[in-house]
Design a protein. Structure first.
Length: 586
């Protein structure tokens, strides 16, 4: 999620699946010195813990290392080693993830794909078909032998089986996503892909049951970025944000790759936050039904960027067959394909331009403008391709007349070091530090403007000066999302300069402890009125709500079922992001 070129968008989060890990370091910040406190209560040979360390090289490329511990001292030792590694940006307990789709029967020769008409695919094909664009599908793999994918699937990598080459899919979810994006069109059989001339780069990160770990996803994002992907499609989710995945997403974005992610299917299960959709360097996609209403399961939150059809989507599956599925996975696949059409029409476009075209062209639904259900609206392929053409024209400057030579005096260059994107816990004191340099050296006692923006597009600026080392520090408590930057006006002898923006997202902090068997204490630090749901895991029904309440700092729950698994899910409120606690036994 980035600020688009034509509309201001600010991020938040919602919806997801179970996760038991917790990140203890963020890109651009020092790793936590209290990592051991986040270890699971029980670590044993039958319940091992995966410790993930993420480092970043001088080019910004993340490297993810996963090591397994079977007891608590060993796990704590791995965490300490990860913190002390050179260029460390995160050390954390790995988080589980799973595919975000549900099967809904099969229909081998189904010809009616209502979703193609809804997103204007056929009209877009008059201008672009995805030719020359590679879409990486990070999923359960792709059945490269499917007749409707013949010639469409490039050699990829299997990070589960640790093999490379011809792709296979033991589950079917990844093949469904791949067919939605790029199944052969006009071949007289099967289904039509939204971007029929795009190529699929398969990256398997989920097992045969559709489950996996976020560390594997991080490695897959980096591999896809390094191996020619223009678009990366992610149709899985976790309730935990990890430094490994966030670093990989930032690397992909910086390398010119657009990442599209499913927003999540747990709207009716407390709407817990889903990652990686809720990360900043992602285009998050919600799902709609045939009536262009938001799907009942689709995640809700200000992090949603666009929506697309998600119900009764027919596509390829393993063994040469076809299946109908529903979920935000299917919606994300279609938006990935529309992004490929835009990239095909305008090959010079990077992720910011592609995202701007998609959001500008989306058909507005729900509340006017950007809303929590549809984002900017339902993706429209034809309108997006047209918008891309208009955007390209705006970005092409008209030839300038040759100026009359004049004698000029070169001005000294000014640059400002600072910028980044961070999510911090509610109430934490944040400090953004900038360094102003003149001719490459710190510029002391220089007048500058410090500009801040709370949710909304407008910055408010105030005058200040740099200290003796050319630095400006901006400190404020994290009680809501905000942005800050520093600007220097031009003088007769120096150029004007503006820093990169520092963006802070704020998330609630929730802890669940067990004071006695059958009892739990829930502690919340967050915005007033944030909804807290305490849920119990049921083997058949999944997570079931036990109690819901708003905004208590401390709540004691008694009479719970001893030995059962519970968690607390906090919803977004007033720009403060929701969060899901680790699972606790009552």
């Amino acid at each position: 999620m980035r600020t688009p070129l034509r509309r201001a968008a600010f991020g938040a989060m919602a919806a997801g699946v179970i996760a038991g890990g917790a990140a203890v370091g963020l890109p651009g910040s020092a790793p936590s010195t209290h990592a051991e406190a986040l270890l699971p209560t029980t670590i044993s040979p039958t319940r091992p813990v995966r410790v993930v360390s993420t480092t970043v090289d001088d080019e910004g490329r993340p490297s993810v290392t996963v090591r397994t511990a079977t007891d608590r001292p060993a796990a704590a030792r791995l965490l300490r080693q990860g913190r002390s590694a050179a260029n460390a940006v995160g050390v954390e307990v790995d988080a589980p993830m799973s595919a975000l789709a549900v099967p809904a029967g099969t229909d081998t020769y189904r010809g009616k794909q209502w979703n193609l008409d809804r997103i204007g695919a056929a009209d877009a094909w008059e201008t672009a078909t995805g030719n020359g664009v590679t879409v990486a599908v990070l999923d359960t793999g792709v059945d490269a032998g499917h007749p409707d994918l013949a010639g469409q699937v490039l050699p990829g990598i299997d990070l589960v089986a640790r093999t490379q080459g011809v792709s296979s899919d033991p589950h079917g979810h990844g093949t469904h996503v791949a067919g939605t994006i790029a199944a052969l069109t006009g071949n007289g059989a099967g289904v039509a892909g939204v971007a029929p001339d795009a190529k699929i780069l398969p990256v398997r990160v989920l097992d045969a049951d559709g489950n996996g770990f976020m560390s594997t996803a991080a490695a897959g994002i980096v591999w896809a970025t390094d191996n020619g992907a223009d678009i990366i499609s992610l149709s899985f989710g976790s309730a935990t944000r990890t430094a490994a995945v966030s670093s990989a997403l930032q690397y992909a974005r910086d390398e010119g790759v657009l990442v599209v992610a499913a927003a999540g299917n747990s709207r009716l299960a407390g709407n817990p936050v889903t990652y990686p959709a809720a990360d900043k360097d992602v285009l998050a996609v919600a799902a709609t039904d045939a009536g262009s209403q938001v799907a009942g399961y689709s995640a809700q939150g200000t992090y949603v960027d666009v929506a697309a059809p998600g119900n009764d989507i027919v596509s390829t599956t393993t063994g040469g067959g076809y299946a109908t599925m529903y979920g935000t996975s299917m919606a994300a696949a279609q938006v990935s394909a529309v992004a490929a059409l835009v990239k095909s029409a305008e090959p010079t476009f990077g992720p910011d331009e592609i995202e701007a075209a998609l959001e500008y062209a989306a058909v507005d639904r729900g509340a006017r403008g950007k809303d929590r259900d549809f984002g900017w609206g339902i993706a429209d392929a034809a309108r997006a391709v047209e918008a891309a053409g208009l955007l390209a024209m705006e970005e092409t400057p008209a030839p300038a007349p040759t100026p009359t030579p004049t004698r000029t005096v070169a001005k000294a260059s000014v640059n400002i070091i600072g910028g980044g994107r961070f999510n911090v816990d509610y109430g934490r004191s944040t400090t953004a530090t900038f360094t102003v340099n003149l001719k490459g050296r710190p510029w002391a006692d220089q007048a500058v403007k410090v500009c801040t923006a709370d949710p909304g597009p407008a910055f408010v600026c105030a005058d200040t000066t740099t200290d003796g080392r050319g630095k400006v520090a901006v400190t404020r408590p994290a009680t809501g999302p905000y942005q800050v930057m520093v600007a220097v006006d031009a003088t007769d002898t120096s150029n004007a300069a503006t820093s990169r923006i520092v963006s802070y997202g704020v998330r609630a902090k929730v802890t669940v402890t067990r004071p006695a068997p059958g009892s739990l204490i829930v502690r919340l630090d967050g915005a007033r009125g944030q909804l807290v749901q305490v849920q119990q895991q049921d083997k058949k029904k999944g997570w079931v709500r036990v109690v819901a309440y708003q905004g208590d700092e401390v709540r004691v729950l008694t009479g719970l079922v001893r030995g059962q698994r519970y968690r607390a899910v906090v919803s977004e409120q007033a720009g403060v992001l929701g969060v899901t606690s680790p699972v606790v036994l009552a």
